[in-house]
Every structure is written in C-alpha cells, then in structure tokens.
Design a protein around this ligand. Structure first.
Ligand code: FAD
Length: 307
C-alpha cells in the first residue's frame, strides 16, 4: 500500500490492508475478481469512509476508481443523456445540458450536502449507496434512467425501477461489479420536470421528504399524456407512485386534478415515524404538498396553464 495512504487523516480508524488505484476499467474489475468479494469500490468516498469507520461492513481492499478514464462525461447521444458514474453532483448541477433536459436532476444534485460534498460525491456512489431519499437517485428514477453494470463476466443493463432492493442494498454486487454508465431519455418539447425537497435547513441536512416529477403533456389540449412521480423516503427504496401515475395519464391538467393526484399519492405512502424526519402523519400531509407543487411546476414547464 502507498505510504501516503497512512498519512491521510481519514484513513485513521479504518482497517484496510490495500488501497489500489487501477488505471483502466478492466484492471479495476480484475482487482475485484482476484479478491473474491473482499474488496470494495471507492469513488468520492463520502459514504464508504464513514461506513468503514462505523464498521457497517468490512473491506480488506479499497479499489479507488476515481481516476478511471472516460467515466466522468455528460453527453447527449440521440434522444438520450448519457453520464459516467464519476460525474459529481456539482458537475451535474452546473451542466447546461442537465439543467435544460433533466431539470429535476440538476435541482436534486444542487440540494446535496454542501459544496465540499457536491464536489467529490459521485452519481454512481449515490445510486449504489441505495438510500431511499438520495438526492440524485430519486430524480433519476423519475427520469426512467437505466444503468450499465460491468463485472469480469461482462455487462448488463438494469432499469432503475429494478435496481434498488432495500435500504443500502441494490442488485449490484459491491465487491465484484462496477456501475459504468447512467442513461435516460432527454426531456424536450411538451415535457417538464421538478424536484421538491423538505428539510429542516438548506445545507447539510437529511431530507425529510423528496419528490421528483416528470410529465409529458399536450399543452394545446391541456391534457397530461403521462407523469412519473418518485418519492423518498416513504419506503425502503426510492419509490415510484404508480397509482398516482395511472390516475394522471390522459387527465385534463387542472388544479383540481393535481389536488386529487396528491391525495392518491398520500394514500399510498407510509413513511415511518422518525425523530429525525418527523412523524408519519406530518410527512403524509407534506407528501400532498410536494406532489401538488411538483406537478404544477412540471406542467407549467411543459406549457400547460392550470385553471
Ligand atoms: C456530510 C455529508 C452530507 C451528505 N449529504 C447528502 C445529501 O444531502 N443527499 C444525498 O443524497 N447524499 C448525501 N450524502 C451521502 C453521499 O455524499 C452520497 O450518497 C454520494 O453520492 C456518494 O457518492 P461517493 O462518490 O462519495 O460514493 P462512495 O462513498 O465512494 O461509494 C458509495 C457506495 O457506492 C459504491 N460505489 C461507488 N461508485 C461505484 C461504482 N461506480 N460502481 C460500483 N460501486 C460503486 C461504493 O462501494 C459504496 O458502496 C452526504 C454525505 C456526507 C458525508
């Protein structure tokens, strides 16, 4: 291990015997395969380091992927936005492309932690950490994102709807696999998105609730073609509220419809009573507010006027 690793202040209290810096994806995957589940990927380290300190899990080896080439790009390919897993929250929030074609994601990324955290925390890490209210994961779920996962055996594509398993757990095996790409359809004419976040203060705080909405509408007719409503933390994983989505598909866009949609969403959510995040009753009331506000904002972007 590099002697410099021992000099890093955050390396105190962490019992790893190797810190590896691969220079290619192939090398990184081979390092993971050789260590047969005893290694762990580290990207920005903002989750891994506190987790190792808390002894949430153990890793004999850390494989640092932060210097892998071609993993931090944001580009449009045809109708899709394609992002590398090492894109940081600061990069996504600042990107013109993300602001214009995936506004909810830009807003979610801007809400993360503090500038210091946003500058190093990656979108890949946010997804793989599998937290139900993660500020990039929830909008990516509403945007119908899919991820590419690579291992020594090859690659697979997984829609985010099938990616999250439980709190802190996804279908990705963190000791053997690497998330290599995030892809979702770019929003265009007749579409809009919004990100709403309820927290006790603006920076460095756990969200009590987050809500990401993406809509497609026929503005001339005032009809909602379809809507995606993602919420957190109201279940063990970032949550798509399918009953509200079904209720809105084909509905006339009006304030009354948004109130009914918000009631439907609340009926499906059972947030836990939490000392940190508020009571179930309070958060159920606030689901109504965030869903209604999110839909109204996204529909206005899609060109609809609400009477
Ligand atoms: C002070 C503080 C404030 C925070 N505030 C927020 C907040 O407001 N909102 C929020 O959502 N989060 C917040 N977080 C959590 C954290 O910053 C995010 O989840 C972040 O996106 C994690 O990314 P990372 O690059 O640091 O991941 P890491 O810590 O490097 O890794 C996280 C997990 O993902 C795995 N991993 C990382 N990249 C890959 C990959 N490409 N392929 C496979 N596995 C991978 C790691 O093995 C690990 O299991 C905060 C954290 C701190 C310390």
């Amino acid at each position: 291990m590099s002697p410099a690793f021992h000099e890093l202040h955050w390396a105190r209290d962490i019992e790893v015997s190797e810190y590896l810096m691969p220079s290619s994806l192939e090398e990184a995957l081979a390092m993971l395969a050789q260590r047969q589940g005893k290694a762990r990927v580290i990207a920005g380290g903002t989750d891994v380091v506190p987790e190792l300190r808390r002894r949430d899990y153990q890793a004999e080896t850390l494989v640092d992927i932060s210097r892998l080439p071609d993993m931090d790009g944001i580009a449009q390919e045809g109708g899709d936005i394609v992002m590398g897993p090492l894109v940081t929250h600061a990069q996504a929030a600042d990107s013109d492309l993300i602001q214009k074609k995936a506004g909810a994601l830009a807003a979610g990324c801007l809400a993360v932690g503090s500038p210091q955290i946003r500058n190093v925390a990656t979108l890949g890490g946010n997804l793989v950490s599998g937290q139900p209210a993660a500020d990039a994961s929830v909008p990516l779920l509403a945007l119908e994102a899919q991820v590419t996962i690579a291992s020594g055996e090859g690659e697979r594509q997984v829609p985010l709807r099938e990616f999250f398993v439980s709190v802190g757990e996804t279908v990705l095996d963190p000791g053997r696999e690497i998330l290599t790409q995030i892809r979702f359809p770019a929003l265009g004419e007749g579409q809009g998105s919004s990100y709403q976040r309820l927290s006790k203060r603006k920076a460095l705080t756990l969200p009590m609730l987050v809500c990401a909405v993406v809509v497609s509408a026929d503005a001339a007719e005032g009809v909602i073609n379809n809507a995606a409503v993602a919420l957190g933390p109201v279940a063990p994983v970032p949550f798509r509220e399918s009953q509200t989505e079904a209720f809105l598909a084909g509905a006339k866009a009006s304030r009354e419809i948004l109130v009914q949609a918000a009631e439907t969403a609340t009926a499906q959510c059972t947030p836990r009573d939490s000392l940190l995040r508020g009571s179930c009753d309070y958060r159920q009331e606030m689901v109504k507010v965030l869903v209604r506000r999110g839909l109204a904002s996204a529909l206005r972007q899609a060109g609809c006027t609400l009477d």
